[in-house]
Design a protein around this ligand. Structure first.
Ligand code: SF4
Ligand code: SF4
Length: 197
């Protein structure tokens, strides 16, 4: 499955099946939240077993959450765009095909909504987002789709990466961010690394 955007709409391409295999990787089962299981991002799923994967895979009778059966990371589902990215368990991050958005607040100006690629980062490898393969993918999404990146440690902690195509000086920029409790937006201030709530 390939997921993309057309305007504001999410496009799911179910014709393009995975060209890769997960193998021994199960990093998404640790890094991503699963609402149906009350599983938080960054915490291992109780059904995940090392070397075995999911112990309830496609067992609806055992409580297998349907979203787990539909979801694939970008490395698995979209090798063409993933380019030089390595398998997530080797790279220590998982790129989510589902986008989110941030709201940039600049004093005296209207709020600005920016779509973001979500990257779930292994907390033990906080510099993994500097991987050249990931940066090449994010630079592509910035230039082609106008997307920034949200580097997530869990549902509420992380930061925003602006790729060169979205920065006035053509450089990478990191900005602090925080989830607003009343909705799913992330609000980020451009100046300085201060956080709005
Ligand atoms: S992170 Fe990607 S490659 Fe790893 S188990 Fe999940 S879907 Fe498979
Ligand atoms: S239920 Fe299975 S597929 Fe879903 S997060 Fe847990 S171990 Fe992974």
């Amino acid at each position: 499955m390939k997921v993309g955007m057309k305007g504001d709409a999410l496009i799911f391409d179910f014709q393009s099946g995975p060209a890769r295999k997960c193998g021994d990787c199960s990093l998404c089962c640790k890094l991503l939240p699963v609402r149906e299981l009350a599983k938080r991002g960054g915490s291992r799923c109780r059904f995940q077993r090392h070397g075995k994967g999911c112990t309830i895979y496609h067992r609806a009778d055992k409580g297998f959450p349907p979203p787990c059966g539909l979801w694939s990371c970008v490395w698995l589902a979209d090798p063409e765009d993933a380019g030089a990215m390595r398998r997530p368990d080797h790279a220590h991050y998982v790129v989510d095909p589902l986008p989110d958005f941030i709201v940039i607040q600049t004093e005296g100006q209207p709020d600005q909504r920016v779509n973001v690629v979500q990257v779930w980062l292994h907390p033990a490898h906080p510099d993994a987002h500097r991987d050249p393969g990931l940066r090449a993918y994010l630079a592509l999404r910035g230039a082609r789709d106008g997307f920034a990146a949200l580097i997530r440690l869990n549902e509420s902690d992380g930061w925003v990466l602006f790729p060169p195509a979205l920065s006035p000086d053509g450089q990478w920029h990191e900005r602090g961010s925080r989830k607003r409790p009343e909705d799913n937006d992330v609000v980020v201030s451009r100046t300085p690394m201060e956080v709005y709530r």
